[in-house]
Design a protein around this ligand. Structure first.
Ligand code: KG4
Ligand code: ZN
Length: 338
């Protein structure tokens, strides 16, 4: 097999990322985080696109340099077509198009959610790849989906959130507790020190494999407001227990739906992906399900959970093999299905 070198670019939200892959192996994986949003308590789209504009050239340069690859050696360029923030997507796509045109190499458009799933096919020592068919639970700041994966390019959404994504449930809960954005990792950190049964939050009743998280957020808000009236120091004194209880509820919601998906499809291979799959409690619950329910589970390497370009590169590689190329007139899409 000839070596295929792919430069991948990801700029769908607030991280500017570039990676170089040789076939299914990652040679470099560079991410520039945008800290500018912390002070606003969320991603400010206008600031995100400006930061991408600043970061994109140095990030791509760093990825090529770390990989030890000259741009003339590249076989193709892959970029995130969507879903995401339009201003952010446009920076990555314009850059990818221009470079592909200049180097006269193929251009590959990649769906960000597809990439969170195929991240499991990156060759990594100690990580096994799922076989088809399998179920993917993609949990991020923008999405919550259960997807049936029958091949690299045959994906069916079985269920998804009807309102907030699970990452938003973490981030908005954190905000209610006065924690900075993005609060998900902090809830995770404090949850590890607390009692998950300290407070009980009811799980929403959503039919089928769909999800809903906005009711939980409201329940947490009212609970905290009420407790603060009784004791102004309630949050600071009980932060670990509150975080552990919130996380426990979110994990129970996810695991209930996974169990239903396994029952409905008969598929027992479960792969999780997306930023929230970095959560230690979720990783543990999924691993425990191997023994409890006889599932085979796949949890990505930590650096491939939150947004990164290596996962864009692996989809790009699979598309390259099938010559699924795009012309320079391909457009970015804020919303996009598989
Ligand atoms: O996939 P991602 O990096 O970006 C999107 O495509 O949205 O996911 C970001 C989300 C944020 O909501 C962040 O709070 C959450 O992933 N997240 C976590 C953890 N690490 C990241 N949530 C809970 N626990 C974590 N350890
Ligand atoms: Zn993502």
């Amino acid at each position: 097999n000839p070596k295929v070198f792919i430069l991948a670019i990801e700029s769908s939200c607030d991280d500017t990322a570039a990676a170089v892959l040789c076939n299914d192996q990652v040679l470099s994986n560079v991410v520039a985080n945008q800290l500018v949003h912390t002070q606003y308590g969320g991603v400010v789209p206008e600031l995100a696109s400006r930061a991408h504009q600043l970061n994109i050239v140095p990030v791509v340069d760093a990825a090529l340099q770390k990989a030890g690859i000259h741009k003339e050696q590249l076989s193709a360029i892959a970029f995130t077509q969507g879903p995401g923030l339009m201003g952010s997507l446009l920076v990555g796509s314009s850059f990818a198009k221009s470079l592909a045109l200049a180097l006269q190499i193929p251009l590959l458009a990649v769906n960000h959610m597809h990439a969170h799933i195929l991240a499991h096919f990156i060759a990594e020592e100690g990580f096994k790849k799922p076989t088809f068919p399998f179920l993917a639970l993609t949990i991020s700041g923008g999405h919550t989906q259960i997807v049936r994966v029958d091949s690299y390019f045959d994906l069916t959404i079985l269920g998804q959130t009807t309102d907030d994504a699970v990452g938003e449930a973490f981030d908005k809960s954190a905000k209610i507790l006065g924690l900075p954005y993005p609060g998900g990792p902090l809830v995770d950190k404090y949850a590890q020190l607390g009692n998950p049964k300290a407070y009980k939050f009811t799980k929403p009743k959503v039919p089928g494999l769909d999800f809903s998280f906005s009711g939980l957020k409201t329940a947490i808000l009212y609970f905290i407001q009420k407790q603060k009236l009784l004791d102004p120091n309630f949050v600071t004194e009980n932060r670990n227990d509150i975080c552990a209880s919130i996380q426990h509820t979110i994990i129970a919601i996810l695991m209930d739906k996974l169990k239903l998906a396994v029952t409905e499809t008969g598929i027992k291979q479960i792969a999780i992906g997306g930023g929230v799959s970095a959560n230690s409690g979720i990783r543990k619950a999924v691993k425990e399900a191997e023994i409890k329910y006889g599932w085979q589970t796949f949890v990505p390497k930590f650096e491939y959970t939150t947004d990164n370009a290596a996962m864009i590169g692996i989809v790009g590689y699979q598309k390259y093999l099938l010559e699924k190329f795009e012309t320079a007139s391909v457009v970015s899409k804020a919303r996009i299905q598989f």
